[in-house]
Design a binder for this molecule. Structure first.
Ligand code: 2BA
Length: 104
């Protein structure tokens, strides 16, 4: 089994959750905060069989958009050409091996 950790934009979270559930994935949704922008985002924990990981990633990818946000603090002393915005997302997805999973 695998644990998929997927960090998505809050604006996409409801649609991603609904799509994953509809596709018969079991999902836990956490309210999280990005360390760079210090803005809220949503982290999904999805435990699934190895052969369903690509399907889950497809669902997440399909419903996660890239957005542009201003940088949180003006970069004093930086180059004038330095970008004042950052691209956020679509989704950041990590896949971990689950050594053991039990339910009681
Ligand atoms: P944040 O940490 O708030 O980052 C928002 C966006 O800011 C990032 O978008 C990236 O474009 C930029 N960014 C982040 N750290 C930066 C830095 N040190 N210098 C310059 N720009 C930086 P994404 O890469 O799409 O990430 C969106 C959110 O996903 C992140 O929000 C964070 O919550 C999470 N994330 C991304 N990569 C991660 C990783 N390797 N480990 C843990 N969480 C991660």
């Amino acid at each position: 089994m695998k644990l998929i950790i997927a960090i998505v934009n809050n604006e996409d979270a409801a649609v991603v959750a609904a799509a994953l559930t509809k596709a018969d994935f079991k999902v836990t949704k956490l309210a999280t905060t990005g360390g760079f922008l210090m803005m809220g985002n949503t982290t999904f924990l999805i435990g699934t069989d190895d052969d369903r990981v690509e399907h889950a990633k497809d669902v997440i990818r399909k419903h996660s958009q890239t957005r542009v946000h201003p940088k949180p603090v003006p970069s004093f002393g930086g180059s004038p050409a330095e970008a004042e915005t950052v691209a956020v997302g679509g989704a950041t997805v990590m896949v971990l091996n689950i050594e053991n999973m039990e339910k009681y």
